[in-house]
Ligand binder design. Structure first.
Ligand code: KG4
Ligand code: ZN
Length: 377
């Protein structure tokens, strides 16, 4: 990474295939696999960037939040390399790094550092103050970012994270791991089927009546009620292979969970699972988009950024863009492959800390429950 924005190489050793076999992440399996791949990954990253150790100024690794065993592998290797190469070391907050994925850019590398006006702002960077919606497998937080490293917590999930809800719902729908992309695909397919029949895609998105926890007057989220509603619906839809009833008679108990639109869509042959996925995704996106827009209005920001794995969701991006357009508030998000976990975002966050003369001691330990470093209000 150069200047915290330009990637010279970014090598990912994905474990998705392994996790898919177990229906999720088994911590011991994950860390053992990391141990096996980390050195070849570092060697490949240097090779692809056409760099030697002499070109490297500093080493960074995340120290939390996350699974202790996995964090331990990366942090220990990072510290060991810094010690062996006599380089400064910096431990990075994984959530902060997700936010800094918005500073990554594809394309031309700045020739020299002096090309830049200053380290903290290059043209095209996100503009402070901004609202960041951090939505990953374990976190859902609305954050006001006033400047580099200045975070104020506006709201957070009171129970499940958005990504966690996607993963759990995908599992019960039999869509596999990771859940987010699988639900997105199933929903897209259901919508495409409706489009082919010249029906509005809204039919799929409102096929099921699902709860939304608005928690008005707060910027908090809650997804557990929605998840539970989905579990009950999915049991009926997948285990018993029950077709959606073909009448719209809502007095019929069997029918009551489907809206008239759901019944119509089902009559056109769209599958239960696709309709469930589309309706679930819409319920999550609805709450995330509206609450984020409200926060952007209240704090008079010019920009909203998305961070974390769920920021890859296309439906969320489109919906939030629509919410913000009339307000002339810009929405930005990292390229899809940098929404989910990656090393480039860690290096980017590290750049901004190192430029403020921050380094970590080699006694830094992992911190599985770490949160963003919030300012006191
Ligand atoms: O940030 P991340 O890679 O890992 C954590 O730090 O947790 O986020 C992973 C989460 C998973 O729950 C995954 O299902 C979700 O991000 N995700 C998505 C999409 N791609 C990944 N959720 C919704 N739509 C997507 N396209
Ligand atoms: Zn992550």
């Amino acid at each position: 990474m150069r200047d915290g924005r330009y990637m010279l190489s970014n090598v990912v050793a994905s474990q998705i295939e392994i996790h898919n076999r177990y229906g999720g992440v088994v911590p011991e399996v994950a860390s053992r696999q990391q141990l096996a791949t980390i050195i070849p990954v570092i060697e490949t990253a240097l090779e692809e960037a056409a760099c030697t150790w002499a070109d490297i100024d500093a080493i960074a690794a995340t120290y939390g939040p996350g699974l202790a065993g996995s964090l331990l592998v990366g942090l220990t290797v990072g510290k060991a390399l810094a010690l062996a190469r006599n380089l400064p070391f910096l431990g990075v907050n994984h959530l902060e790094a997700h936010i800094y994925a918005n500073w990554l850019r594809k394309g031309q590398v700045a020739q020299t550092q002096s090309d830049a006006e200053s380290w903290d702002y290059y043209e095209g960077d996100p503009i402070f103050p901004l609202i960041c919606l951090v939505i990953s497998g374990a976190h859902s937080e609305l954050v006001l970012v006033r400047g580099h490293g200045q975070y104020e917590l506006l709201g957070r999930t009171r129970d499940d994270a958005a990504g966690e809800a996607f993963d759990k719902v995908a599992r019960v729908l039999g869509l596999g791991y990771p859940g987010g992309p699988a639900i997105q695909r199933a929903a897209q397919q259901a919508e495409q089927e409706l489009q082919q029949q010249k029906k509005p895609v809204a039919l799929a998105r409102s096929a099921y009546r699902l709860p939304r926890a608005w928690l008005r007057g707060t910027y908090d989220f809650s997804f557990s009620g929605l998840k539970t509603a989905m579990l009950h619906l999915a049991e009926g839809a997948t285990q018993h292979q029950q077709p959606i009833p073909t009448t719209g008679n809502t007095r019929d108990k069997q029918v009551s969970q489907y809206t008239r639109m759901g019944v119509q869509a089902a009559q056109k042959g769209t599958t239960n699972v696709g309709l469930l996925a589309a309706s679930f995704q819409e319920a999550v996106v609805d709450v995330l988009a509206v609450k984020t827009r409200l926060a952007a209005q209240e704090y008079h920001v010019k920009q909203v950024v998305l961070a974390g794995g769920v920021a890859a969701n296309l439906s969320l991006r489109t919906r939030l863009e629509q919410e913000l357009l009339p307000l002339r508030i810009r929405l930005s998000y990292p390229p899809i492959e940098f929404c989910t976990d990656n090393a480039a975002m860690i290096a980017s966050a590290a750049f901004f800390h190192l430029n403020q003369a921050e380094v970590s001691g080699l006694d830094l330990d992992v911190s599985p429950g770490l949160s963003l470093p919030f300012n006191k209000k």
